[in-house]
Design a protein around this ligand. Structure first.
Ligand SMILES: Cc1cc2nc3c(=O)[nH]c(=O)nc-3n(C[C@H](O)[C@H](O)[C@H](O)COP(=O)(O)O)c2cc1C
Length: 304
């Protein structure tokens, strides 16, 4: 049995596998299928100060190896989460509260409400599927710096994870901006903006016209971006994008990730996360790796 525990910003996770925001709700439905206390943590659906109904349907389109989504941050609001879900989820595993806002004040307010109550606050500054805010903060390094500082001012106890968008010019520059703003760690990637067309109707399938692309097909892009971010910052990285099996998770760790998140794979196989945890253990055993954390950043580039 390999030691799968990892230390993320001083918080011990029993393993590095965390279901990604928006693909796992608050964990209750999955807990009916397996005991979610086997997970390293859970990243919640993106929380906003006020409840949100989300975008009109259709919100999801399937394509080869990927899906597109434009859910539009449907959620019950942070207060309902605190009242109904937090204590239960905390009794199971580490809680990563994924949050979104339209203004700096939204981000400040939501962080203040969650400080000290959750294990991490994950700042979604990169949601491509809402009309205002979200994405706007996640593109330019100056605004990443500003929103990270604002969140950090309101988090005295809980570590701050800043989630980066891949729809940018330089992931390294943006990772450095998050670090400079006081992020304790960063997570990436969020979805890539895409479009899928119903050729009979000559219209986009998704009501929002564009959606965020995720799933197995985005993995090489995500691995490259995690590698570039890892070269640019000293703070830990949580890698995601297209992970479906333990070997995928290992790629991200070799590229520099301390932990990983698993998103779309939860839709294709509800048991994806526990299978990845088991697979990590097997792979480590077969390769004589005693601690999974030894894998981090062990990639060597060709020709060097
Ligand atoms: C249906 C759906 C909803 C999502 N909602 C959120 C969200 O609320 N907040 C967020 O930060 N990311 C959200 N994401 C992005 C995922 O957390 C993840 O970054 C992305 O899907 C890439 O990982 P994957 O390829 O393993 O799915 C969502 C993704 C999907 C597919």
């Amino acid at each position: 049995m390999a030691n799968l525990t990892v230390n993320l910003c001083g918080v011990t996770l029993k393993n590095p596998v965390i279901p990604a925001s928006g693909t796992f709700g608050f964990g209750r439905e999955f807990d009916e299928i397996y005991d979610i206390s086997v997970l390293g943590g859970v990243s919640t659906k993106g929380l906003t100060l006020e409840p949100r109904a989300g975008n009109p349907v259709p919100r999801i389109a399937e394509r080869q190896g990927v899906i597109l989504n434009a859910v539009g941050l449907q959620n019950p609001g942070v207060d309902e989460f605190l009242k109904n879900d937090l204590a239960w989820l905390k009794s199971k595993t580490r809680v990563v509260a994924n949050v979104a806002g339209k203004t700096l004040e939204d981000y400040e307010g939501i962080c203040a409400k969650l400080d000290g109550l959750v294990d991490f606050v994950e700042l979604n500054i990169s949601c491509p599927n809402v009309k205002s805010g979200g994405m706007a903060f996640g593109i330019r390094p100056e605004s990443i710096l500003e929103v990270t500082k604002a969140a950090k001012r309101n988090l005295k106890k809980t570590p701050l994870m800043v989630k980066l968008s891949p729809n940018v010019e330089s992931i390294a520059t943006n990772a450095r901006a998050a670090q400079e703003g006081g992020a304790d760690c960063i997570s990436l990637i969020n979805t890539l903006t895409g479009m899928a067309i119903d050729i009979e109707r000559r219209r986009p399938i998704i009501a929002n016209n564009t959606g965020g692309v995720s799933g197995a097909g985005v993995k090489p892009i995500a691995v490259r971006m995690v590698y570039e971010a890892a070269q640019a910052v000293e703070i830990p990285i949580v890698g995601m994008g297209g992970i479906t099996c333990a070997e995928d998770a290992i790629e991200f760790m070799m590229a520099g990730a301390t932990a990983v998140q698993v998103g779309t794979a939860n839709f294709t196989d509800t048991l994806a996360c526990p299978k990845i945890i088991e697979g990590l253990n097997d792979w480590c055993d077969r390769h004589g790796v005693k601690n999974v954390s030894e894998l981090k950043g062990t990639l060597k580039l060709n020709g060097r």
